[in-house]
Design a protein around this ligand. Sequence first.
Ligand code: SF4
Length: 243
Amino acid sequence: MSLVGQPVRVPYEISPESVKRISWLRRRLLSWFTPNGRSFPWREPGRTPYEVIVAEMLLQRTTAAGVARAYSGFVERYPSWASLEQAPQEDLENALRPLGLWRQKSLALQQLALSIEGRGGVVPRTRTELERLPGIGPYTASAVLAIVYGRAEPLLDVNMARLLVRFLGSSEGAEASPKRTLHALALRLVRGKRCLVVNWAALDFGALVCRARRPLCPECPLRARCQYARARQLQPTSSAGVL
Ligand code: SF4
């Protein structure tokens, strides 16, 4: 899964109007997710840090559907950092072949396994330490913190970024750094109860409805308040906009 840059920790003040709109967006996404969200094996409760990190590394630069087909078999065959570290490289590459980039992924996974085994098999609990591990970038660190440790961290990938930019428009934070603004908006979206479900909902909504090409605006439950749809002069139906 591609990243949208390094999370920036400098506070950014979101306008009161955007705070209201993000609250509305959050409620709508949660309502949409229950019947429409995607189900993946790595989203099942009780996943270990190992399973979460492996899923995120497999998801890099490939499709979630492809990883969904390969994931369970992969973690059954390699159930621990030790098994990954000790795996013959050719076997590991063959297991990763259906996902593409198998050499890079195999190398990255074994380097990471070696590093974590060197720490006694313990995955760190802080962003700083996580990002010191080989192959762990800001997005994967956020995933571990949010999924494993229950922190309010946004999983700000291209899908969530596109949804926020289109829905809120470009005026929010126009004078600030785009990365800083996006991270602050995403953090606002996910903070509070059900942080992880809001994350899944935003990712799935961006992938399935607010798609990069040909977004499904005419049937979108967000269109009544979406700046992008407004700019394209799409008219809401009578049921749209109901809180
Ligand atoms: S109305 Fe269109 S652009 Fe706006 S959130 Fe929905 S799909 Fe995305």
